[in-house]
Design a protein around this ligand. Structure first.
Ligand code: G3P
Length: 218
């Protein structure tokens, strides 16, 4: 499973990218707002930090508007992925952009039917928002299971399932068991993946015993 980070905070991205475990980055208008920075500047900086795909989301809602914005965003760097909303205009834009070889991340997916349409339109990634489904009393992971099952039926579908709106390590593990290709993680969730209280407890005991031997490795 590939790990993307879901943030426009370049200090966080730098820190996490130093682990070598970050395969890409996703942003959205809310994350850009939170960064307080210029959209073009921040995307360019992220693209330099992480060589993998970096999603930059259009703000237009019409086909022509989305294509015009994609034409401005794509030249920022070769690793820019254009993110479009799952609307009819977004699907039309996906079809047009993917035919031109542009990588497209179709976002705001909340149903398997929407995911099927995005795949037919040639999306590189489909982004189902699982946390937001959980928030309204549904089970977001059921949607991941459905999409993975549907995509697996057709060799012609190359679209990758990019699990978004992730809230916990449990989301990541369950989605990985289903074979989802990518999870985009808030930095805090990515950090949480490495943590276990028994690891801390075990390490403390090992270090105390090692100290007691009086030995040194180097
Ligand atoms: O980037 C899209 C998605 O991951 C947003 O997540 O936490 O705002 O529902 P959230």
């Amino acid at each position: 499973m590939k790990f993307f980070v879901d943030t426009a905070d370049t200090a966080e991205i730098k820190d996490l990218a130093a682990t070598g475990l970050v395969d890409g980055v996703t942003t959205n208008p809310s994350l850009i707002k939170k960064s307080g920075r210029d959209f073009f500047e921040v995307i360019a900086e992220i693209c330099e930090i992480v060589p993998g795909p970096v999603s930059a989301e259009v703000a237009a809602t019409t086909l022509d508007g989305m294509l015009a914005e994609a034409a401005r965003l794509s030249p920022i760097a070769p690793n820019v992925t254009i993110k479009v909303p799952l609307t009819w205009d977004g699907l039309k834009a996906t079809k047009r952009l993917s035919a031109e070889g542009v990588k497209v991340n179709v976002t705001l997916c909340f149903s398997a039917a929407q995911a099927l349409l995005a795949a037919k339109a040639g999306a590189t990634y489909i982004s189902p928002f699982i946390g937001r489904l959980d928030d309204i009393g549904l089970d977001g992971l059921d949607l991941i299971s459905d999409i993975c099952q549907i995509y697996d039926q057709y060799e012609s579908i190359q679209t990758e399932v990019l699990v978004a709106s992730v809230r916990s390590p449990g989301h990541v593990i369950e989605a990985a068991k289903m074979g989802a290709h990518v999870a985009t993680l808030p930095p805090a969730v990515l950090r949480q993946l490495a943590l276990h209280p028994l690891t801390d407890k075990g390490l403390a005991a090992f270090l105390a015993d090692w100290e007691a031997t009086g030995q040194k490795i180097v």
